[in-house]
Each structure stands twice: as structure tokens, then as C-alpha cells.
Design a protein around this ligand. Structure first.
Ligand SMILES: [Zn+2]
Length: 80
């Protein structure tokens, strides 16, 4: 019997620099037993759901240019 425990992958930490609504510090996304959350590195503030949405939406717009690059990379990997 091998009991597999699904552990969220570490090493892929999402960070939003200077996005904390409280102290303008750096936010990071992490997961615990209750689910995902976004918290501040500097003041330890936990974002509300509404604030999370704002942060995620803002980052999605900002990373639109980058997405093209990663898609090319994916295509290269899949093609090979
Ligand atoms: Zn903060």
C-alpha cells in the first residue's frame, strides 16, 4: 500500500511587489490546510477576498506581455 499525499508544489511562490493595501509591502501567495491565501511579507496582513481579486486581476493584466514568451517556451518543449 502506498499512500500518496498530495502536496502542493513548493518553489513556485507568487509574489506581488509593493502591493499591500496596508503598508505597501510585498505580498505573496501561499497555501495551508484552509486553502490559498495572500499575505504581506512586511506586516503579515492577510488580504480579504475582495483585495485578493484586485491583486490577481492587476497582475494578470501586467503579465499579459510575458505570457507570449512562456507559450513559445511551452511549444518548444512540447514539440521536442
Ligand atoms: Zn503589509
Amino acid at each position: 500500500m502506498d499512500a500518496k499525499i498530495s502536496v502542493p508544489r513548493r518553489g513556485q511562490v507568487i509574489v506581488w511587489l509593493k502591493s499591500c493595501p496596508r503598508c505597501n509591502g510585498d505580498l505573496y501567495e501561499d497555501t495551508d490546510i484552509y486553502g490559498r491565501y495572500i499575505a504581506c511579507l512586511q506586516c503579515g496582513y492577510y488580504l480579504t477576498e475582495a483585495e485578493e481579486v484586485v491583486v490577481r486581476y492587476a497582475s494578470r493584466r501586467a503579465s499579459r506581455a510575458r505570457r507570449r514568451e512562456s507559450r513559445d517556451l511551452l511549444a518548444a518543449v512540447a514539440g521536442g
